[in-house]
Design a protein around this ligand. Sequence first.
Ligand SMILES: Cc1ncc(COP(=O)(O)O)c(C=O)c1O
Length: 403
Amino acid sequence: MLTPDTHDPLHVSTELGHLYDDPQAHYGTVNPPVYHASTYTFPDYEAWKANTTGEKPREFTYNIRHNPTTQLLERKIAHLEGADDCIASSSGMSAISMALIGLLNAGDHVLCINTVYGPVRGAFEHLLPRYGVETTFFPAAASADLSDYLRPNTRLIHVESPSTGLFEIQDLRAVAKLAKAKGIWTVIDNTWATPLYQQPIALGIDVSVHAGTKYIGGHSDIMFGLTAGTAAAMKKIRNVYTTLGACPGPDDSYLALRGLRTLHVRLKQHEASGLAVARWLESQPDVVRVNHPGLESFPGHALHRSQTSGDSGLFSFELEPRGEAARAAFVNSLRFFGLGYSWGGYESLLSPLAFQYYGNAALRQELGLRDDQFRVSIGLEGVDDLIADLSAGLNAYRRTDIQ
Ligand SMILES: Cc1ncc(COP(=O)(O)O)c(C=O)c1O
C-alpha cells in the first residue's frame, strides 16, 4: 500500500492514483470494492460488549459513522489538504453546515465574506439566527485586516476564495493570522481551487470544505461534500456528523474516488482552456470586464498568485449592456454551454447572474452583481469550439440590439 512519504514526497499525480489503495486486500482488483451497508455485524457477544462499553471500539459498526469505501476517500483528501482528518458527506452544503454547526454555539458571532455562495448566505441569514448565532458580512477588500469587524464574541470567520460569482480574492494568511491571535475558528470553501491548487491549512486556516460535486467528482453525476481540518476543529465537527446523518452513499464515494484519480489531468485542461477563453473574451469589444483571478488585469491577481498555485475553469464576465432580449439571444444561441447552476464537470456550463438575489436590488448593488454578467464553467471540450460558440453568441447579442 502506498503511504505518504514525508522525507521524499511523491508527485501528487502518483498519490492521486495510488495513495492508500490496497489491491491485494481484495483479490488484486485495482479499484476498491463498494461496500453497500447499513450495519456491520459483530462476530460474538464479547465483541459487541467490548465495542459498546468502549473497551475495544470497532472501526465499522453502523454506516452513518463509517464506511470502508468512503473512509478511503477521506484518508486521501485529508492527506491532499494537509489535514488531520476529513469527513465525507452527502453534498457540499452538508459539508459546510456540518462545519458551522460543529464549531458554533448560541451567542457566537460570525464573520462571512459577503459574496459567499447563496445557500451558505441563507444559512447565516436565516438558519443560524434561530440558534442564537449572528453574522456580519464583510467585503473581500477588508480581508487584509478584519479587526474592525470583530466583536468580543466573534468565534468563526468563513471565507470563499476565490468567491464563485465575481471571484474576489480574500487574504487567507491575514485572516488566519488574526483569527489565530484571537482564538477564532476559520473555515474556507476551497471548491474552486481544489486541494491541488490551494492548501489553506498550510496557510493557517482550520477547516477546508469542498463541494465534491464539482471538480473532484468531475462528471456532474454525484452530489458530494468533504470537510477537512485540524484535529481540534475536526473533533468538534465529528461530534455532530452522526447527529446530522449526512453520510454519503457508497456509490457516490466510489465515483468521487474515481474522479479524484484524474483530477490533476482534468484540472490542467480546465485551467488552460479557461484562461484561453478568458483572454479571448478580454479582447472582445462587447466585453466590459472578465472576472478571472488568473488574468493579470484582475484586481486580486497578485494576492491570488501568492496563495493559490493554479486556476480552475470557472470565471465570469460582463457585457456592454444591451438589454434583456440581447442577453436571451446570446444565451439561446450557444451550442456547447449548457444553461445550468453547477460547475466543475467535463461539460461547459453558463449561468446568467441577472437573477441572483432577484428582487433584492440593494444586495445586488452591494455585491457588484449586474444584469449583463455571466458565469462560465469551462469544460473539457475543444477550446476552439468553445470560443467559436461564444463568438457566435456575441454576434447574436450585437444583432439583437440593432433590430
Ligand atoms: C462555492 C460552492 N460551495 C458549495 C456548494 C454546495 O455544493 P452542493 O451543491 O454539493 O451542496 C456550491 C454549489 O454550487 C458552490 O458553488
